[in-house]
Design a protein around this ligand. Structure first.
Ligand code: SF4
Length: 209
């Protein structure tokens, strides 16, 4: 199942008109620039550029945020919840998997595609296929936009998915990053990351463990 466009209004109905207009401008700019890159078959390069802009923007967002972000290297609560991404993001991840010879579990991806948002966190199959034993992401430089925009502000202890299997964390997101992701989704529908990945890898040979 795909979600055509998240729609800024549906998420941020608490914002003022000028704030909404600002986010729409960001989204439209990304959408229009991506359109130009698509014409030159350079959309993967465009996404990698956007990753850099997003990371810088998120750094600033976290510096000036009123609620300190508690995420640290190796904590991985957000890698146990359902992620939505676009085919373009999965294509860039696939190139990285080829380059780094990364393989993933087909069985776990298949199990994940059967889950829904409410059942996801309770499933034994919830762990992202790219999460290693140290809690680090194997595709970190090219991870999906959604993974770049989930900031925990509650006590890090609550991120322990074994101790708190129902998910007790409080998180925030950067609206500007969300708007940029929305611009990508103008061209590539948002869908379940596990499903997109599974479908992509099934067409190739040698990427399953
Ligand atoms: S792609 Fe990486 S950051 Fe995103 S959920 Fe998977 S392990 Fe976590």
């Amino acid at each position: 199942m795909t979600i055509d466009r998240v729609g800024i209004e549906s998420i941020f109905d608490n914002l003022s008109k000028s704030q909404m207009d600002y986010l729409h401008t960001i989204s439209d700019n990304v959408s229009s620039q991506l359109n130009d890159y698509k014409k030159q078959n350079q959309e993967k390069a465009a996404l990698k550029q956007l990753h850099k802009i997003v990371d810088k923007n998120n750094e600033e967002f976290n510096k000036k945020g009123s609620m300190p972000v508690r995420c640290t290297k190796g904590c991985s609560h957000c890698c146990n919840i359902m992620v939505h991404s676009t085919q373009l993001e999965v294509d860039v991840i696939f190139d990285y998997m080829k380059e780094k010879r990364i393989k993933v579990s087909q069985k776990r991806l298949e199990e994940q595609t059967k889950l829904t948002v409410p059942t996801y966190f309770l499933s034994e199959h919830r762990r992202c296929v790219f999460l290693d034993d140290q809690g680090l992401c194997k595709v970190y430089p090219v991870r999906p936009m959604a993974c770049r925009n989930y900031f925990v502000v509650s006590d890090p202890d609550l991120c322990d998915t074994t101790k708190y299997p129902h998910g007790e964390t409080a998180s925030i997101m950067n609206y500007e990053t969300f708007a940029m992701h929305n611009g990508i989704a103008d061209h590539y529908p948002l869908a379940n990351f596990a499903l997109l990945l599974l479908t992509t890898l099934k067409k190739k040979y040698g990427f399953f463990l």
